[in-house]
Design a binder for this molecule. Structure first.
Ligand code: FAD
Length: 206
């Protein structure tokens, strides 16, 4: 998480709240996964591991609930509004913060999401400039290793898990699978999770 110039409202003074954000981009990473970048004018300080709750439906000023309709006694109901005719994500949906950048134009939040239902499907169709209501930050942060402790990243992607961890100085164990990056060497390579803790590379030296 990089932090840089902030010229908008001072994010550090903000507390958890609801924030209107604008979609910067919504990138289709693969068949079901999207990286959504949202920009808020300001957003409270965040720590790795925290998440936000996203209102996965239009809550903007122009939102016009269509749940009321005229009914003439004796006549069959004829609902027509979107709220009645298609499923809507009524409750907010939680998403981990995959990144945060403090820029001259506000705070950018990255969410990486997989389409599994009505809310995530709605998110996948967001376009730059759309308004999204975000509540956060929420949850506990990851605990970083103490002085005599060490973190180990375990994953099966050389490109994402191994390179990502090593880029921030964390050792990485790679569960052997089809290599997805050249020039990336894991600190430890293994085949079965059951063998991981017994590997000599992971034994502490007194
Ligand atoms: C703290 C936290 C952080 C998270 N971070 C992320 C993240 O970074 N990225 C991410 O992709 N996800 C994340 N999730 C999961 C994400 O919140 C859910 O995928 C999301 O809420 C799904 O919302 P939806 O409206 O798309 O799905 P819903 O429509 O609510 O459906 C959810 C699941 O229920 C199933 N389902 C829905 N209706 C029915 C039914 N009638 N019968 C049977 N099954 C049904 C769906 O198939 C789906 O598997 C996180 C969750 C938590 C708790």
């Amino acid at each position: 998480m990089a932090s840089s110039l902030v010229t908008g409202p001072d994010s550090s003074a903000l507390k958890r709240d609801q924030f209107a954000s604008t979609v910067v981009e919504n990138v289709n990473l693969c068949r079901e996964h999207y990286r959504l970048v949202l920009r808020c004018e300001a957003f409270p300080a965040t720590r790795p591991g925290q998440f936000v709750q996203v209102a996965c439906r239009d809550t903007g000023e122009n939102y016009n609930p269509e749940s009321e309709f005229e009914w003439d006694e004796g006549q069959p109901l004829a609902p027509a509004g979107a709220e009645l005719m298609q499923p809507l994500a009524f409750l907010r949906r939680p998403f981990s913060l995959a990144g945060r950048r403090d820029t001259a134009n506000g705070v950018e939040l990255d969410l990486i999401q997989r389409i599994v239902g009505v809310g995530t499907d709605w998110m996948s169709r967001l376009k730059p400039g759309d308004i999204v209501d975000v509540l956060g930050p929420l949850g506990n942060a990851f605990r970083l290793p103490g002085e005599n402790e060490e973190a180990l990243m375990v994953g099966n992607s050389l490109a994402e898990d191994v390179a990502g961890a090593q880029a921030v100085g964390i050792r990485a164990a790679w569960r052997r699978s089809a290599p997805d990056a050249e020039g990336v060497t894991a600190d430890v390579t293994f085949d079965e999770l059951s063998e991981l803790l017994a590997l000599p590379e992971l034994q502490r030296t007194p």
